[in-house]
Design a protein around this ligand. Structure first.
Ligand SMILES: *Cc1c(COP(=O)(O)O)cnc(C)c1O
Length: 217
């Protein structure tokens, strides 16, 4: 478990970017990881986690939340509208608001329940067909639409294409956020979170560098 190592890298990246460490939330991405690895990170005192599937999160986090205080879990994977209600109960933030229909569903449920997690709009900065996210050209309109629905918008999120320089995508996301007056930037993963911090990331999502490689079976 190398949480401390990641903390050291984070602090160094902050110093280099002239930013304070407390401007950046470290989301430990625990998807697929064996429960004992997750528990070790909880035992080390870490309290902020990320999951990319509603079902998987529902199977582990209610129990961990009972046993550890002040745990927050963020949804960082795509959300189907029919799982929106469950997601709003489970998660403290949703990073994957990616289409008008989902925004309207979230707004309706927020009205009904009086509760809504913090939201990030996912932008498909690489315009990749296999990825969800609003296209950069549609982002301003969608942000305005979410604001019109009174949703608690925290910022923007992106996942750069694997075969491109992430810096270009981080810069694009930062630019879209700036011109829309949004301060939250969810970007940067195990391989590139230091660069993301240089471009203003407020939430970095780090999985394998903390927990080790994910073993899919
Ligand atoms: C899995 C995942 C991560 C973490 O990736 P690592 O390379 O293991 O750090 C970050 N963001 C999203 C959206 C993910 O699905």
């Amino acid at each position: 478990m190398s949480l401390q190592e990641i903390e050291d890298r984070l602090s160094r990246a902050c110093a280099e970017a002239g930013r304070a460490r407390d401007e950046i939330a470290l989301i430990a991405v625990s998807k697929i990881q064996p429960l004992e690895r997750v528990e070790a990170v909880l035992e080390a005192g870490h309290r902020l986690f990320g999951e990319n599937r509603v079902q998987e999160a529902a199977g582990k986090w209610p129990d961990f939340k009972e046993r550890y205080e002040d745990v927050s879990v963020h949804l960082i994977g795509p959300l189907q509208s029919n799982k929106a209600r469950q997601a709003m109960e489970l998660f403290d933030a949703i990073h994957s608001v990616d289409r008008p229909k989902l925004a309207r569903t979230l707004a309706r449920l927020a009205d009904e329940t009086g509760h809504c997690p913090e939201l990030f709009i996912q932008v498909n900065t690489g315009e990749e067909e296999q990825k969800v996210g609003i296209l950069p050209a549609d982002a301003d309109t969608f942000i305005a639409e979410c604001r019109g629905l009174d949703l608690p918008l925290r910022g923007l999120m992106c996942i750069p294409p694997v075969d491109e320089t992430p810096a270009l995508h981080f810069a694009l996301l930062q630019k879209i956020a700036n011109r829309n007056g949004l301060t939250g930037l969810s970007m940067g993963m195990s391989g590139d979170f230091e660069q993301a911090i240089a471009f203003g990331a407020t939430h970095v999502r780090v999985g394998s560098a903390i927990f080790g490689d994910r073993v899919y079976d």
